[in-house]
Design a protein around this ligand. Structure first.
Ligand code: ASP
Ligand code: MG
Length: 411
């Protein structure tokens, strides 16, 4: 039997009525001859509520108990989806992560998937079960306890199942009808992309496009899973949504295919650190150990053997970064005059695989921003991306101007 993975996000299972509509879509694929693995999120708002309970109960919570609480939302929707399918005479059964068992690392609240044995579920398919409904976002760690995969983790569950079961496709049903050139709330000119390369999607996801968890795109790229993002709110054809696929499947690519904005950035500067071998390691080693996700890094020109080091990180990690740096200073591992945190910035990025072969993209980006009077604070580039930090109040303006400059409204 050909096999499909269909994942339904929180808004697509937000009510019993929405669950019924999702189940109908599943029923159609079963009627078309597929065995289906359905991955469900918690009803929308549910995970936030559970996280809130945990944080209110315990500030420095035990991550194992956090996982015990926040994984429960998916347990509910998995059972309800299986019941709904049964009501429609579709043979279905629900599976919790531990029942599969979806084995993960021990990193509670941010676990990574290690293995998905297929035998349990395959055995049920061969007994006539048509749909396995699996609770997304959760697994079981080597300590035998429930783990979760980080916020948005059900996307990763879905892609991992598609890879493990060699599914024909992995369809991600959500409340948007695909991947857009930029956030449609920022500009009405945002255009839905028919196809996007794994690498571009990876950049956009990690830059804050909230459609897919970054990790899920990484996995899809590694295992070449054909991934489709589409809306569960509209009736649509088989070609609907956006296909995320290998670069070879995209005939011609513009220099820039998307503009991303992340408002949750902070710019940190260490003033007056010694400019000598080992200093970057002395700074970024402890930051990484403290779990700070450093993105852009700039080392300024040095004067009399001292320099300033600037980096960006998510705004909610500023306190953690400051603590890690002050700790290492106290221990004598690093010397600096002060830390200056600018929490009023946004990161704006242009992304496109076409950048590899076309020049002038950076120049055009900088000129566009300067024409709008927007000052650039930090610049970083990769092969297929250029990112800048600007004052947060310019986020919309910068995105709109760049979207126009690179003519992203045109296919
Ligand atoms: N329910 C989890 C969350 O809200 C996982 C998911 O929906 O992907 O993050
Ligand atoms: Mg999501």
């Amino acid at each position: 039997m050909p096999l499909l993975v269909m994942k339904f996000g929180g808004t697509s299972v937000a009510t019993l009525d929405r669950i019924r509509r999702a189940a109908k879509r599943v029923g159609r694929e079963v009627a078309a001859g597929y065995d289906v693995i359905v991955i469900v999120s918690a009803m929308s708002g549910e995970t936030n509520k559970l996280v809130g309970f945990v944080e209110e109960t315990s500030q420095l919570y035990d991550a194992r108990e956090y996982d015990a609480v926040v994984s429960s939302g998916e347990q509910v929707t998995a059972g309800l989806m299986a019941l709904t399918l049964q009501e429609m005479d579709v043979p279905a059964r629900s599976w919790q992560g531990w029942q599969v068992p979806l084995k993960t690392t021990n990193a509670h609240a941010a676990a990574r998937i290690e293995e998905i044995p297929t035998d349990n579920i395959m055995a049920k398919f061969s007994e006539g079960m048509k749909v396995a409904v699996v609770a997304g976002f959760q697994g079981i760690g080597p300590d035998g306890r429930i783990t979760t995969l980080g916020r948005g983790g059900s996307d990763t569950t879905a892609v991992a199942f598609a890879a493990a079961f060699e599914a024909e496709r992995c369809d991600i049903y959500t409340d948007v009808d695909g991947v857009y050139t930029t956030d449609p709330r920022i500009t009405g000119k945002a255009r839905k992309l028919e196809k996007i390369a794994f690498e571009e999607m990876l950049e956009l996801a990690s830059l804050g496009a909230k459609v897919l968890q970054t990790r899920s795109v990484e996995l899809a790229m590694r295992y070449n899973v054909r991934l489709r993002v589409l809306s569960s709110f509209e009736e649509q054809s088989d070609e609907a949504g956006t296909l995320i696929c290998a670069e070879e499947d995209i005939v011609e690519s513009k220099a820039v295919n998307g503009v991303a904005a992340s408002r949750e950035e902070a710019k940190m500067t260490l003033i007056s650190v010694a400019d000598r071998p080992g200093i970057a390691a002395a700074i970024f080693g402890p930051l990484s150990e403290a779990g700070v996700n450093v993105d852009m890094i700039v080392q300024n020109i040095s004067e009399e053997g001292r320099t300033d080091m600037t980096f960006s990180c998510p705004i909610n990690q500023v306190a953690r970064a400051e603590k890690a740096l002050n700790d290492i200073k106290e221990k004598g591992g690093l010397n600096f005059r002060e830390i200056v945190a600018d929490t009023d910035v946004a990161k704006i990025s242009v992304v496109g695989i076409g950048m590899r072969s076309q020049s002038g993209v950076a120049a055009k980006m900088f000129k566009t921003l300067s024409d709008e009077g927007i000052n650039i604070k930090v610049i970083a580039t990769s092969e297929i991306k250029i990112s800048v930090l600007v004052d947060r109040k310019y986020t919309e303006l910068a995105v709109q101007a760049l979207h126009d400059a690179f003519e992203l409204e045109k296919a």
